[in-house]
Design a protein. Structure first.
Lengths: 185, 492
């Protein structure tokens, strides 16, 4: 048994140390906030507020129109109909004759993110990104994927933006810009 | 594995008592606890059945491997990897990091598969060849992991306007599973370095083995950042499922083969029935028990033996079957190499053993009935002796045994009897090693003069690495095709 202890010791020390270091220092395990911009209070009014709805937090069905992948340039600020519908039996929202608004540009480590939207009756009707990081190939690669998802999440108008895994910083910037846009209304 | 290597073995004084008798069975039979469990007394000694051959072909494995590589490459291309690679500067660096990371992940999975000794592969190639291939997969893994870590950290630092150092600090502080990835890199490098022959020779086998097991931890810790940060995976559900699928398959094979072999060894009950002395520092462990009833084994194969005693239960030793396995039992011939193998030769009859296996393809059927030359060095006599027993008279086996002096020949009388009944001949080469450096008995010309039909024969070699390489070189030069030379490597 002494033989076992002697020969197991180096491996046990190595493996134990490895687990302790990971457990203490890794952001994934050490309780750092990561990946998602959760806990947001910003809510997006989906057209007319749902009658009797408590806070507009009732999840709307995912009936939004799929959006085409964004081009590398900023899109026009007025986005046409986002095909939003609600479950409350109200008339479908239309953002056609709303007022275009723009959120502040939020700097992230990979570059600025800016969200624009359309306001109808003093409420935000839809939102979409107009600026996102395109400074390097990897960012382009990631954001080509992430921006449509974030726009889709914003279009849901429910719990707002959950973020896209793998695009942490863009998600955070998107969330911040949108939050400030809503705050300014 | 190390237990069977022969070079530098301590010589201990012991009496030579070769086993005699018509059948290779225990010379002293001690009643074992399971004797009463047998349904009927076994009067007829029958040979145990041989293992079933694997139905998996090399082309099958290459097809699966090629498919996995192509899909992985395809996913990388789908994510714009080629554009990234060709765009120059930091992006190219980033793409190199991606590719090396993907290669590292695949090689790590492949390495784990090879060393989990799945039966369908082991039966065809033998554990020693799988381990040799595992070594290459391991080298590729460690090298590409280091390339991946350096290039991607560098690219990360450069993109954020800093250096590789700021990139590293930033990754560790802000990105999920990156500390784990760094730890994984350290573990991979440690596992790689301790397996480097120049370093490994200074490390006791079990110490090395336990450190090597942390390779599993390295793969596990490295997998996390692949899912959260890997551009290829984090943003693509298809890639996510692909990699999770690969991980599940690899885990499944490891659980079934590796852990399964261990668990299955618990279900087969074996006991030491006798211990006998064979030659200088060489002894035999005779094994019997109810477990024999479920065993398929051929002469020349080996088992990983775990003796359930207070001091030895935590280590396994690969021991070759040194006689045709029968319903009476198995015989393992063992060299005293150190404290532990000496203890094994002092086990009391009745000691419970766990046997994992059989492994290896060092069996007589490899010769497909052709005439053979069998070369043994030291305790390499064990599998050679068993292969010889499985040869027929038409194979006219020429047996060459290389030992320091005649007292070192184990099973000499058995060898003489077996050779005589098979139209063969036995040659014992004794003398100090330096004598042979001047008169190489395995020079091609010597071999051709000695064995005129050498080129048509199959050759089996088992012994120290120096003997093995001398024989391999000589035989190839004498015209024996490489495919007809069979050798069992002990140790990595």
């Amino acid at each position: 048994m002494a033989g076992l202890a002697r020969r197991l010791a180096p491996a046990a020390a190595l493996g134990g140390l490895a687990l302790i270091v990971v457990g203490v220092a890794d952001p994934a395990l050490a309780g750092h906030t990561e990946t998602t911009a959760t806990g947001g209070t910003a809510t997006l009014a989906t057209g007319p507020q749902a009658a009797g709805g408590t806070s507009g937090a009732a999840p709307a069905p995912a009936a939004q129109a799929p959006q085409s992948p964004p081009q590398a340039q900023a899109e026009p600020q007025t986005q046409s109909d986002s095909g939003q519908s609600t479950t409350t039996g109200q008339a479908p929202a239309s953002c056609d004759n709303g007022q275009a608004v723009t959120g502040p540009s939020v700097d992230t480590r990979w570059g600025p993110v800016q969200v624009a939207g359309t306001v109808v009756d003093g409420k935000l009707c839809e939102a979409h990104a107009v600026v996102w990081p395109t400074g390097d190939g990897r960012s382009i690669e990631i954001n080509n994927f992430a921006i449509p998802q974030l726009d889709a999440q914003a279009a849901h108008g429910a719990q707002l933006v959950d973020g896209v895994s793998g695009a942490t910083y863009t998600s955070q910037g998107y969330y911040d810009s949108l939050q400030q846009l809503l705050d300014s209304l | 594995m190390g237990a069977m290597s022969i070079i530098g073995a301590p010589r201990s004084a012991s009496t030579t008592r070769p086993t005699t008798g018509p059948a290779p069975r225990p010379t002293t039979t001690t009643p074992t606890p399971e004797a009463s469990d047998m349904r009927e007394p076994q009067r007829v000694i029958r040979r145990l059945p041989r293992p079933r051959p694997s139905r998996v072909l090399t082309t099958d494995l290459l097809a699966v491997g090629g498919f996995v590589v192509l899909v992985t490459l395809g996913l990388w291309l789908r994510h714009g990897g080629l554009g990234l690679l060709l765009s120059g500067g930091t992006d190219t660096l980033s793409a190199i990091g991606q590719v090396s990371g993907l290669i590292a992940a695949l090689a790590a999975f492949g390495g784990l598969l090879l060393t989990s000794r799945p039966r369908f592969m082991e039966r065809r190639y033998g554990q020693d060849q799988l381990v040799a291939l595992h070594r290459w997969f391991g080298i590729v893994t460690v090298v590409t992991v280091v390339i991946h870590a350096v290039t991607d950290t560098w690219a990360w630092g450069a993109t954020t306007g800093g250096t590789i150092i700021t990139g590293l600090v930033d990754l560790l502080a802000n990105e999920a599973w990156m500390v784990a990835a760094l730890v994984s890199t350290v573990l991979f490098v440690t596992v790689g370095l301790t397996s480097w022959r120049r370093i490994r020779q200074f490390i006791p086998y079990e110490t090395w083995y336990f450190v090597h097991l942390t390779g599993y931890l390295a793969v596990l810790l490295g997998f996390g950042h692949q899912l959260t940060l890997g551009t290829d995976i984090a943003t693509d559900r298809l890639a996510l499922w692909w990699w999770c699928g690969l991980a599940i398959v690899v885990t499944g094979v490891i659980v079934y083969s590796r852990i399964g072999d261990l668990l299955r060894s618990f279900t087969r009950s074996f006991f030491v029935s006798a211990i006998s002395r064979e030659a200088n520092g060489i002894g035999s462990i005779h094994v019997s028990g109810p477990g024999l009833a479920h065993l398929r084994v051929a002469g020349g194969q080996y088992f990983n033996m775990r003796a359930l005693t207070r001091h030895l239960w935590w280590q396994t030793h690969p021991f070759s079957v040194s006689a045709a396995p029968t319903t009476m039992g198995l015989r393992f011939t063992v060299k005293e190499l150190g404290e532990d193998s000496t203890r094994l030769l002092q086990m009391q009859p009745g000691t419970r053993l766990l046997l994992e296996g059989p492994y290896g393809v060092f069996t007589a059927d490899q010769a497909k009935g052709a005439p053979v030359v069998l070369v043994a060095g030291g305790v390499g006599i064990a599998p050679i002796r068993a292969v010889l027993e499985d040869c027929g008279p038409h194979q006219a086996p020429v047996v060459i045994v290389r030992v320091r002096d005649e007292d070192d020949v184990a099973h000499r009388i058995e060898l003489e009897r077996l050779v005589a009944s098979r139209n063969g001949s036995l040659h014992i080469l004794t003398g100090p090693r330096h004598w042979f450096t001047r008169h190489d008995p395995f020079a091609a010309s010597t071999l051709r003069a000695w064995i005129p039909d050498i080129a048509t024969r199959h050759v089996f070699v088992c012994g120290p690495a120096s003997l093995e390489s001398a024989v391999l070189t000589g035989m190839r030069k004498a015209g024996v095709p490489s495919a007809n030379i069979h050798h069992e490597r002990f140790g990595v």
